[in-house]
Design a protein around this ligand. Structure first.
Ligand code: JFZ
Length: 588
């Protein structure tokens, strides 16, 4: 009996002893996360009391930045805590909204740049339990609700900016910027112990979403990442911990990366134009945009982290709940085309939508319904079955030639899409999915040549490169040029178009460059001028600008080369030549 009790005591003590020893390789840590593909971001803090308005005036910009935007002194901002009382907060309801949408994890702001801890912290009294009339720790409720629902709880934590602390970074209106030594003090006395609390008091945490590293040192970033991994070996560290030390990369907000991304990555996205609640922001993205962005992010091998901004009462805006429910309806039918999928195996986008994949499966996400027939070029593997996830089996035929094997797949479809947001066709493939990686003319007869699929010839010192959206950035030198090789399947006459991109919400674009485009040894030249706008199919907030450059004729099917060379780029351009693609469109 005595031995028995002794053993029991030892077993009970074991988890404590065993904790720091366990090591997990980063690959293993990422497993649940890449399977999940879809998460909920929650920005919630005392900035939801002013909700985008200060002294009766609307404040431009992000809701959670109001303290900074309006240069609100710490002493005034602190008072907001006494008005923060989220009596309608219900953790199970929030988690149900996420789960219902098909989301698998939830990342909530435990402390944003304003420095206010939204959980019960012993490190600083500036927290929701000690400083608000609510006097409760919502993260305890959320941890329990997430456990019940099988959702991973994750915390956002602003490690560098802290506008409440004299030694934190960012508050230039109350304090002077901290010296490295002062910042180290803040880091040791607030950041490290608070991150420790978050990883100790709330059960298993999926990831810590650090943000805006700013002037944090490499050692400090490393120590944070190590602390997280030491306390919870399976907990991921976001890319914004700084110095590339995260377990995965973060795209810029509302950006969806193009082409092959080498590291696992995630894009944080707003449902309207703010993260933290603003009462006058009604610019909600339609569910169609959300579904297509989710599918597009998956098709590029990334995770989609979609934000809600609950009010100071603890209510997720009904406009958000409605849209998430619609995404959830789509996910219930089509979730297998998202969860655990890998990127599109083709290096280019198809004209009608996007493609996701799994071993032995391809998912065709059809955004623009082609009518009764959809043709896919370049799939070398044999298709065994095709099925609309929302409906019936689909008849199909595969063309084969001696040299290349299978070349074209033709699917016979209903005349109307089953889902106007995204109708998914699942293809069962015999063996491995094999594709022809070469850039080729598509069944709609267009040829689209994006910069990331060309050879970029840079002059010495040039900063030009495709950014994370696939758009050329810092192309301000006429000496830089791009070259492509492409296959023509259907000869004919083509209009040559140069597709460039505006910046977010149509702000900022430089034209007036003179460029020459050579296609199959025929040269056209022209001015980059706005000859019409076009929706960016993966993100309506970064519209395209089309410039018409002339016409070329291609008489025979075959492989050709194309070059894009600037003749002149006016000096002093901010954005330069924001090339998205050179495009050939059949001439009318
Ligand atoms: C940061 C925060 O400042 C903001 O309040 C919000 O929390 C957001 C999710 O993250 O803002 C950023 C940080 C980085 C980029 C864009 C917005 N970025 O790299 O493009």
């Amino acid at each position: 009996m005595k031995t028995c009790l002794y053993t029991l005591a030892l077993v009970a003590a074991l988890p404590v002893l065993a904790q720091p020893q366990k090591t997990v390789d980063p690959q293993q840590r990422l497993e649940w996360w890449t399977e999940a593909r879809f998460g909920m971001f929650i920005h919630w803090g005392i900035y939801t009391v002013p909700a985008g308005e200060w002294n009766g005036q609307p404040v431009r910009g992000l809701g959670e930045w109001i303290m900074n935007r309006s240069k609100i002194p710490v002493r005034d901002y602190e008072k907001l805590a006494t008005q923060f009382n989220p009596v309608k907060f219900n953790a199970d309801e929030w988690v149900a909204v996420a789960k219902n949408a098909g989301m698998k994890y939830l990342t909530i702001t435990s402390k944003h740049h304003d420095g206010f801890a939204m959980y019960g912290s012993k490190v600083s009294p500036y927290n929701i339990v000690d400083a608000t009339p609510f006097h409760r720790d919502p993260m305890k409720d959320l941890a329990a609700a997430c456990q019940r629902a099988g959702i991973k709880l994750c915390f956002y934590y602003s490690q560098t900016q802290d506008w409440h602390e004299p030694n934190g970074v960012g508050n230039t209106w109350d304090f002077k910027e901290p010296s490295p030594l002062e910042f180290e003090k803040y880091y040791n006395e607030k950041v490290i112990p608070q991150v420790r609390e978050l990883l100790t008091n709330y059960g298993p945490i999926g990831l810590i979403w650090f943000d805006t590293p700013r002037n944090i040192t490499q050692e400090q970033s490393q120590k944070l990442a190590d602390l997280v991994h030491q306390l919870q070996p399976t907990c991921l560290v976001s890319g914004r911990v700084g110095h590339g030390l995260g377990d995965y990369d973060s795209a810029g907000d509302n950006q969806i990366s193009m082409g092959a991304v080498k590291r696992p990555w995630e894009t944080p996205v707003t449902l309207n134009d703010t993260w933290g609640f603003k009462k006058d922001d009604h610019n909600w993205k339609p569910a169609q945009v959300l579904v297509r962005q989710l599918a597009t992010t998956s098709s590029r091998g990334g995770n989609y982290l979609l934000n809600v901004g609950p009010t100071s009462e603890g209510v997720i805006p009904p406009e958000s709940v409605e849209r998430l429910a619609e995404v959830g309806k789509w996910m219930k039918v089509n979730g297998e085309a998202i969860y655990g999928t890998s990127a599109n195996p083709f290096p280019y986008d198809v004209p009608w939508g996007v493609i996701t994949s799994k071993p032995g499966r391809l998912y065709l996400h059809v955004f623009r319904w082609p009518g009764k027939e959809l043709v896919l070029y370049g799939l070398r593997s044999k298709v065994q079955q095709a099925k609309l996830l929302a409906g019936a089996l689909v008849r199909f035929a595969q063309k084969e030639d001696e040299l290349n094997g299978y070349t074209a797949l033709t699917l016979s479809l209903p005349a109307q899409p089953l889902d106007p947001n995204d109708s998914v066709i699942a293809l069962d493939i015999a063996g491995k999915v094999e594709v022809d990686p070469s850039l080729q003319q598509q069944p709609d007869l267009t040829v689209t040549m994006p910069p990331q699929l060309g050879d970029l010839h840079k002059s010495p010192g040039s900063q030009a490169r495709p950014d994370s959206r696939g758009v050329m950035e810092r192309w301000t030198r006429a000496q830089d040029w791009i070259e492509w090789s492409f296959k023509v399947n259907h000869p004919g006459a083509f209009d040559v178009e140069l597709v460039t991109s505006q910046q977010k919400y149509g702000d900022g674009w430089d034209g007036g460059q003179r460029v020459s485009i050579e296609i199959a040894s025929q040269k056209v030249s022209g001015l980059v001028a706005d000859n019409g706008k076009e929706d960016n199919p993966s993100n309506p907030y970064w519209p395209y600008v089309i410039s018409k450059m002339g016409q070329v004729k291609i008489d025979k099917a075959g492989t050709y080369s194309a070059t894009l060379k600037p003749d002149d780029i006016p000096t002093g351009q901010k954005f330069g030549l924001t090339v998205v693609a050179v495009r050939l469109v059949p001439a009318k």
